[in-house]
Ligand binder design. Sequence first.
Ligand SMILES: *Cc1c(COP(=O)(O)O)cnc(C)c1O
Length: 229
Amino acid sequence: MITYEEFKSRADAVRAQIAAACARAGRDPAEVELLAVTKTHAAAAAEFAARYGLRAVGENRVQEGVEKRAQCAAPIAWELIGHLQSNKAKLAAAHFDRVQSVDSEKLLNQLDRAAGELGKTLPVLLQINAGHDPAKFGAEPADAPRLLDAALAKPHLRVDGLMTIAPLADDPAVAARTFAHLREIRDRLAAQTGAPLRELSMGMSGDLDAAIAAGSTLVRVGTALFGER
Ligand SMILES: *Cc1c(COP(=O)(O)O)cnc(C)c1O
């Protein structure tokens, strides 16, 4: 595990990179949030993120996030960014502040029921496989309208926007295309439903510039902040 000083200098560099990408895209850097992805790292990683002033951390496995949150004294929000199996929906609804990886009606039903039982409203993002990557989870773009309609009808869920993961590719144009596609899907769905869908969670350590150019509001960064996993 790196020291806080090292984390701080890495986080300053990522912030500068975000600011530069925003300047190139004519965007206000305040529109792009940095989500620290702490998966595989110790609970101290979340404490670093909190001390630096970040709002939230991202974890990709339910159990790991639940355990780390219990060990972490710092006030910070926890978001689930990895695939969620429906048998863990209840646990996820109880222990995460937002679930970014909602990609089926079955999961919507389970999260809504669990949130209702907990007496809370659970914020969610719909994960869309905007790069048509067979190796990635996420709803197919063609199914997004139906998934959104179902999500908007859930009394205990609040749909903040969409999330995607670009396919792994040597050609940076693949990520750029994927992000532009998610943006188009969001713009179309927002116009059709009237739901603002403000959040576009896209971009990681290796492709955050392209994501910001396409309109990302939330970059999910692990390696650039904490080093290789
Ligand atoms: C691990 C992970 C990230 C962070 O990836 P880095 O390349 O380490 O920045 C972002 N999003 C998701 C869904 C992840 O699982």
